[in-house]
Design a binder for this molecule. Structure first.
Ligand code: HEC
Length: 116
């Protein structure tokens, strides 16, 4: 007799419902920590970009010391990101952040900020 694998639909519900804010923070954290396994598609480039706006400002327009990244040429953007990833820059944090993203994801993020 063939037994069907048990469905995850039968799993016990979570103890508490995540709040909308908690969900957004969790998504942003997931994008930073595990960007390479974060599903990327043309539709969620805004979600990928959310991981950047806490430092680079809404739509990539920074109000502080961190550089603005809105409206950057996507090719230059990508070249900078790859330089960060190579470790051959004096970056304080970007090398570690960029390490989590695939080239495909970086292209989507580049296109997103180029259009801001
Ligand atoms: C924790 C804050 C922080 C986060 C989050 C962050 N950045 Fe940065 N970013 C910086 C800092 C600081 C610099 C200056 C270089 C350095 O010291 O690492 C920088 C520099 C850059 C630059 C170079 C800008 C220029 O004109 O030289 C680009 C492009 C960039 N970041 C893109 C991104 C993208 C894309 C994301 C999201 C995937 C992101 N950053 C997330 C802090 C952050």
């Amino acid at each position: 007799m063939i037994t069907k694998p048990s469905s995850i639909a039968g799993r016990a519900p979570l103890g508490r419902k995540p709040t909308a804010i908690g969900g957004i923070v969790a998504l942003a954290a997931a994008a930073i920590v595990a960007g390479s396994s974060f599903p990327a598609s043309a539709q969620d480039d805004g979600l990928l970009a959310n991981a950047c706006t806490s430092c680079h400002g809404v739509d990539g327009r920074s109000e502080g010391a961190i550089p603005s990244i809105a409206g950057m040429d996507p090719e230059i953007f990508l070249a900078i990101m790859q330089a960060f990833r190579s470790g051959n820059t004096n970056a304080t944090i970007m090398g570690r952040i960029v390490a989590a993203y695939s080239d495909e994801q970086l292209q989507e993020i580049a296109a997103y900020f180029a259009a801001r």
